[in-house]
Design a protein around this ligand. Structure first.
Ligand code: WTA
Length: 635
């Protein structure tokens, strides 16, 4: 029996049982059969969650790009690896074959190396969804440099914080980006950010929008002429399985972003395996994930997972609403997409529009639909199922995280019967547990609790860059010998999991993780603000939106409130990015606090969602009177 491609439910259960009973044998067989290693491992797994320390395939050597590109050349050299669909539908799509991808990646590897980038150095990539983005990741991996992609919608402050946190020497960016009808001046943002980053010696600039930008002599260079002049081959750097592959930042409950570190061997094995199974990928498929490569979904399921399987992966530069709300479906029709993977927020936004935008196109090529990033509500699930999948495409509601590197809980299409709003069953090798508040595991079905994972899986993050203590405190301290996800979940009568949402101070807005602390820090920088608290409240399209309670300083009291609101959102845009702007701002005379001075967010969350009926006991608060004041103003 091949463990690699599961085809029916019984087989899933068999494979799952084996993966739990003999995890090492299970992953070893997969690793041996399906990948190219330069040297075999000494051990499949070494782990200790109390440190925490996890090593997969320790001692093995490989290069992930050899697995994602070189080994396909003799059988699939002329197959499209990356199918680039530009923002403007009038611009022709580009088919980049495996052979061309190999050449481009090697050229860029030579460019990086000529610029002094060596194995282990960090390179920040701040690019829109253009082929250079995928090529940059792979070029870093080719030479053993650690890439750190920063989503090109983040502000200059967010960018400089990340550059400095990982100690990057180089930034790869573009003159700008197209987003629907707009253009964005990315290079300007980079210039602003780099005022704070003295260690960055080189900025490589891809040309995309042909805008007139300034180039700093001695630091900035156009990428294209360097690529033209570079040699088209570069021997893959031999990496240890546990060598770092990339750092990707994610928001936490406290101020600083967390640079999640992923390593090479386990990440490759797990993303490739899950890609194949969760999307039931077959050789001639055209797979499309609409995420941005700036997020983990793009790393694992646009770049590494698909390419490790020799797939054709679509890379879309634009937005779902441009030139109109039919764009996704036009692309599916045009390229005969077989697997389509998107976020619930996109589905909700499109479901609000006229159905003609969908029915105009022929979607019969689709076989599997996916969602990721936040809980999908029942209405959106049915709309997706009825109108996009025409009831014949299983929907994989995939639950995972930046920290997990790959999908952990998801149906396997045509095997696991789907159930709206349920991520259903753990993938092979994944051992979830629900925990109660006292740290005890809750067994049996029809229960809910805090979602933990009991046993390592190959693509888990190994640490937070430069802060192992924070890694331990955040994920391995709340529950002994468990990885704590930060999510709540329930398990139904047949053992299916449904993720109910975050149980910490992270709010998911349109599928993006936002920590409340950095937003509050940005608001508090405003000279008129004394203190603030940010909570989430339900929103039709975004899933959650942000509600800010702001207390002004005495000197700010006389200011015009509408102007203040604008300025506060401007502060947030500058510090984090427009995705973190507040939907609602309420000025308050005080924030409800416990006697130890902690803001009672639970109460503020309820008020923000207009649920003031059962606020619990507020009498123990330091200042119970502010609660009624706040409510009075809302109603
Ligand atoms: C949430 C994205 C419900 C969850 C891959 C998790 C989901 C956080 C789902 C991670 C899902 C992701 N159903 N919730 N199918 N997928 N989440 O790091 O709260 O951007 O902890 O990784 O998104 O977000 P991240």
């Amino acid at each position: 029996m091949s463990n690699y491609h599961i085809k029916h439910l019984e087989e899933y259960y068999q494979v799952y049982r084996k993966s739990v009973r003999h995890p090492e044998n299970f992953w070893e067989e997969i690793a041996e059969e399906h990948f190219v290693w330069r040297k075999k491992w000494n051990s499949v797994l070494e782990w200790d969650f109390s440190k925490p320390e996890v090593k997969w395939f320790n001692g093995a050597q490989l290069n992930i790009t050899e697995n994602c590109i070189d080994r396909h050349l003799h059988i699939r050299g002329h197959k499209t690896a990356i199918l680039f669909e530009p923002n403007n539908p009038g611009e022709e799509a580009r088919h980049i074959t495996y052979k061309e991808l190999h050449e481009q990646v090697c050229k860029m590897a030579n460019v990086l190396s000529e610029k002094g980038i060596k194995k282990g150095d960090r390179v920040i990539i701040y690019l829109p969804m253009i082929p250079e983005l995928a090529i940059s990741l792979l070029a870093c991996a080719r030479i053993g440099a650690v890439h750190s992609v920063v989503f090109a919608g983040f502000s200059s402050t967010a960018l400089s914080t990340r550059v400095n946190d990982c100690g990057a020497k180089m930034v790869i960016t573009s003159d700008g980006s197209f987003r629907g009808a707009k253009t964005i001046d990315l290079k300007g943002i980079v210039d602003e950010a780099l005022k704070e980053c003295p260690e960055v010696k080189t900025v490589l600039v891809a040309k995309r929008i042909h805008s007139d930008i300034s180039m700093k002599a001695g630091r900035d260079e156009w990428l294209a002429p360097l690529m033209d002049a570079a040699y088209g081959d570069y021997p893959p750097e031999i990496m240890e399985a546990e060598d770092p592959l990339f750092v990707l930042y994610t928001s936490g409950s406290t101020g600083k972003p967390k640079g999640m570190l992923h390593t090479t061997g386990g990440y490759m094995v797990y993303t490739a395996y899950t890609f194949k199974n969760v999307f039931q990928y077959r050789e001639d498929d055209v797979y499309w994930c609409t995420a941005d490569i700036g997020w983990i979904t793009g790393h694992s399921y646009i770049v590494y997972g698909p390419l490790a399987n020799g797939a054709t992966t679509v890379m879309f530069e634009g937005v779902p609403s441009y030139p109109d709300f039919g764009r996704f479906w036009e692309i599916v029709d045009k390229h005969k997409v077989t697997q389509f993977y998107t976020a619930p927020t996109a589905i909700r936004a499109l479901a609000k529009e006229n159905l003609d935008f969908v029915t105009t196109y022929d979607l019969s090529s689709l076989k599997v639909l996916g969602t990721v990033g936040e809980p999908i509500n029942e209405e959106a699930w049915h709309w997706y199922n009825d109108h996009v999948g025409e009831k014949k495409c299983p929907i994989v509601d995939t639950w995972w995280q930046t920290e997990t590197g790959g999908i952990l809980i998801s149906p396997i299409p045509f095997s696991t019967p789907t159930k709206p709003t349920y991520a259903t069953l753990p993938l092979p090798g994944v051992q979830p547990a629900l925990m109660d508040e006292n740290g005890q595991e809750i067994t049996g079905n029809q229960v809910d609790g805090r979602l933990c994972i009991k046993f390592p899986w190959p693509s888990m993050a190994r640490t937070i860059w430069g802060d192992h203590k924070r890694y331990k405190d955040t994920y391995f301290t709340a529950f002994k010998n468990m990885y704590f996800t930060g999510d709540g979940a329930l398990r139904d009568e047949v053992g299916y999991y449904r993720i109910t949402g975050r149980v910490d101070d992270v709010i998911i807005v349109s599928g993006h993780n936002l920590g409340t602390a950095p937003i509050e820090d940005a608001i508090n920088e405003h000279p008129a603000v004394a203190e603030s608290a940010v909570v989430g409240f339900p929103h039709d399209i975004k899933g959650n939106a942000l509600y800010g309670y702001v207390m002004l300083k005495e000197t700010g009291e006389s200011r015009d409130r509408d102007n203040l609101k604008k300025e506060i959102n401007q502060m947030i845009t500058e510090h984090i990015g427009p995705i973190a702007k507040l939907n609602k701002i309420q000025f308050v005379n005080g924030l409800p606090k416990t006697r130890s001075g902690k803001i009672m967010r639970r109460i503020l969350r309820k008020i923000a969602s207009k649920d003031t009926s059962n606020l619990g006991d507020t009498s123990t608060l330091l200042n119970p009177e502010v609660v009624s004041e706040i409510i009075k103003e809302v109603l």
